[in-house]
Ligand binder design. Structure first.
Ligand code: SF4
Ligand code: SF4
Length: 103
């Protein structure tokens, strides 16, 4: 498969035209990088967003499981990802407890 290229110096990005707001990527993200955002302009009333890119650890769980191929993670050779910290784990738990919505 061709290598996906995204914006420079961005660990993870979302194609908002493809996202079907299923929450799956947010439910799998261990670092609190992602969250759902409400908005009347979105077809389903919400969309996945990269809220805190500096927390992304490059685990690829979001990209591997997105049913709509809407989320992409930078290559490990192109980006220095963060380490998973207790703060990031806690943030991920808070987002999950908030029904995947942004805090
Ligand atoms: S898994 Fe894909 S389709 Fe589902 S919310 Fe995330 S980016 Fe959107
Ligand atoms: S690569 Fe991992 S840490 Fe980064 S946004 Fe996707 S699920 Fe979260």
């Amino acid at each position: 498969m061709a290598k996906m290229t995204g914006p420079e110096n961005i660990p993870v990005w979302i194609d908002s035209n493809r996202c079907k707001a299923c929450d799956l990527c947010v439910s799998l993200c261990p670092s609190g990088t992602l969250a759902m955002q409400l908005g009347a302009e979105f077809v389903l009333g919400k969309i996945a967003r990269v809220m805190e890119p500096q927390r992304c650890i490059g685990c690829y769980e979001c990209e591997l499981h997105c049913p709509d191929f809407a989320i992409h993670v930078a290559e490990r050779s192109d980006f220095k990802f963060a380490k998973l910290t207790p703060e990031s784990k806690e943030r991920a738990q808070q987002i999950k407890a908030n029904r995947f919505m942004a805090l």
